[in-house]
Design a binder for this molecule. Structure first.
Ligand code: ADP
Ligand code: MG
Ligand code: ZN
Length: 607
């Protein structure tokens, strides 16, 4: 049962409670319908001898008197005691009387104890609500941030597939945990913190567990999001506790999952309430600084939003090694599917490659649930084994789910991305002085890019010629040029390319003196402190006239336009190569630059 439901149930208890009290009060009042009579009337009745018996308390007299209608019946009555010497009067008229100590238990219970309890209850309930909505407001719930300790983690690298690059980086860590002496002898120390970065569901948590499983050391994990509901000061205590426990049990691994919940840059969106997170974060920084990785404690963390992390966390000596856990390409998806298919006992004849083809853009978690869904469907349809059609139906379901969450690129977009990336690559390969193309991929990378073309310079460069800069601009524009040529339409996918190209062109004109019209003049102004500009001309440029500004803009524009035309022309000449490579790229999702070079060479010898 989750918290939300729990609250709903308890508000019903309160409502029913109030209702019951009201009914009871009503009931009591009507059954004990006691007539209250004035004291004077009581004395009069007493004198008449109509009073049968009474009991006296400090403040009132209760009793019964002869009924006015039928003399053999008694009517209960009550009156407020006015005269303190009632007993004399009673003696005089010989009425049976007794004194009782007033028991106010039931009256008190219903008149104020229960209502007060109810109010307290409602108050608690509201507070809980408030603190759930506004973490840190007041935490009454039991604190959730627990250090989870696992002695023998039952996960190995065999369970994690398709993230070979990340695994390769982590192998060293495992070796260190297994034979720390080997490293210490050489005086080598490991990086203090390893940050696993990658989109959700790519297997970051799984990888961290696998590191623990492979190195057979205890695994202390804690999740950043669990700190959110803590009392101020608790989080910091937890962190201290975590490090202390770990140090005492070295060699071991500390893993902080969902680091972004905890490590968000301080002073962000700050209307109070963030004290707790800040304190916890500070404590973490303190612990990291005062800790020596050579004691055999490896600190790992995972996040899918590295950009929101406090820069202090990423400084050298803290999480200074980042391991990218990226979305799998087709080969990776095949490997991941195989890991999960292995768990199915009754598996029909499944073509894993075909399955991988149907699932572009999916991550490990999606593929795991795909396999699970297919198994469930087989069971639901009373199949003996899990068949191909179960998988096909499962793919459809998962895709529908992911599309709703906007996490999947549709086939049309994939095609655009493929041509766009090939546009960059082909232009780059055809122009002199551009960096060689290493690989081209349409697997979405990291968080923003839909695909990318990796160009690696052959050597470190300190100078660039005008030809090279122009070539760079052309290849940046090649993506959009390819889109325009093939689809007769352009997309928003190029905005980053345009920004970079424009930047280079502007620098050429204003800094490097590479434009005839603008001349060999340095136009760039040094950046000025913001406060000096306030109220002044905000667009403070360098020391040049409006006329020059116009010329600069014109020249930048000309460079871009010219290079775009060049890119278009180049691509037009190589259209058949572009088409052929696009088919390959859409199929494989990732191709090497050498493949493209080979293709160009082939076409040249042919024609
Ligand atoms: P993350 O922490 O990156 O969000 P998880 O490690 O929690 O992702 O992955 C969730 C589940 O998805 C895992 O338990 C596993 O079943 C599956 N999974 C994710 N990535 C992989 C992978 N690379 N290989 C195999 N299974 C994976
Ligand atoms: Mg995770
Ligand atoms: Zn691009």
């Amino acid at each position: 049962m989750n918290m939300e439901q729990h609250h709903k149930v308890s508000i019903w208890y309160f409502i029913i409670g109030v209702w019951v009290v009201l009914i009871l009060q009503n009931y009591l009042a009507s059954t004990y319908a006691i007539k209250t009579i004035p004291y004077s009337q009581f004395v009069q009745k007493l004198k008449q001898g109509d009073i049968v018996e009474i009991s006296i308390t400090e403040r009132q007299i209760q009793g019964s008197m002869k009924s006015e209608t039928a003399s053999d019946q008694k009517t209960p009555f009550r009156t407020v005691r006015v005269d303190p010497d009632t007993s004399e009067l009673l003696d005089k008229y010989q009425v049976k009387y007794s004194a009782t100590i007033e028991s106010t238990f039931f009256r008190d219970l219903f008149s104020w104890i229960v209502p007060v309890l109810l109010f307290v209850g409602v108050w608690f309930f509201l507070m809980k609500r408030l603190s759930a909505q506004q973490p840190g407001f007041m935490s009454l719930g039991k604190n959730k941030a627990k250090v989870h300790k696992q002695e023998d983690v039952d996960v190995s690298f065999e369970d994690v597939a398709g993230v070979d690059e990340a695994v390769a980086e982590l192998v060293e860590v495992i070796d260190f945990l297994k034979n720390p002496d080997k490293y210490l002898e050489f005086g080598a120390s490991l990086p203090k913190g390893l940050l696993l970065v990658g989109p959700p569901g790519t297997g970051k948590t799984l990888l961290a567990q696998a590191v623990a499983g492979e190195s057979h050391v205890p695994f202390y994990s804690i999740s950043g999001s669990e700190f959110v509901e803590l009392f101020v000061g608790m989080g910091a205590a937890r962190v201290r506790d975590l490090f202390e426990q770990a140090k005492a049990n070295a060699p071991c691994i500390i893993f902080i999952d969902e680091m972004d919940a905890l490590g968000k840059a301080r002073g962000f969106g700050g209307v109070g309430g963030h004290d707790e997170r800040e304190q916890t974060l500070n404590q973490l920084l303190v612990e990291m600084d005062g800790f020596d990785p050579n004691v055999g404690v490896v600190l790992m963390a995972a996040t899918n939003r590295p950009e929101v992390l406090d820069p202090a966390l990423l400084r050298p000596g803290r999480f200074d090694r980042q391991v990218l856990v990226d979305r799998p390409d087709k080969q990776g998806r095949i490997a991941i599917l195989q890991v999960h298919l292995k768990k199915i006992q009754k598996l029909g004849d499944i073509d894993v490659e075909e399955l991988a083809n149907m699932t572009p853009g999916m991550v490990g978690a999606d593929l795991a649930s795909l396999v699970n869904e297919a198994t469930l469907l087989a069971v639901r349809n009373r199949k003996k084994i899990v068949e191909k059609e179960n998988f096909e139906e499962a793919v459809e379901r998962i895709i529908a789910g992911l599309e709703k969450k906007n996490r999947l690129i549709n086939p049309k977009e994939r095609k655009i991305v493929a041509y766009h990336e090939l546009g960059h690559a082909l232009v780059a390969l055809s122009l002199p002085g551009t960096d060689p193309v290493k690989k081209i991929t349409i697997v979405p990378r990291g968080i923003a890019a839909l695909g990318y073309t990796l160009q690696v310079p052959i050597e470190d460069r300190f100078l660039m010629t005008k030809t090279e800069l122009l070539g760079k601009i052309s290849s940046l524009l090649g993506g959009r040029a390819a889109e325009e040529m093939i689809f007769k339409d352009i997309s928003t996918g190029a905005h980053n390319d345009l920004a970079k190209a424009t930047d280079i062109a502007r620098s050429m004109v204003t800094e490097y003196g590479m434009s005839k019209k603008a001349g060999q003049v340095y136009y760039k102004s040094e950046p000025q402190a913001m406060f000096l500009q306030q109220g002044l001309n905000r667009n403070a440029r360098g020391e040049y006239s409006d006329e020059t500004a116009r010329i600069i803009d014109q020249e930048v524009r000309n460079i871009i336009d010219d290079q775009y035309t060049i890119a278009l022309k180049l691509l037009d000449e190589k259209k058949d190569i572009l088409e052929e490579a696009a088919v390959e790229l859409l199929e494989k999702e990732k191709i090497d630059g050498s493949y493209l070079e080979e293709l160009i060479r082939q076409k040249e010898t042919e024609g």
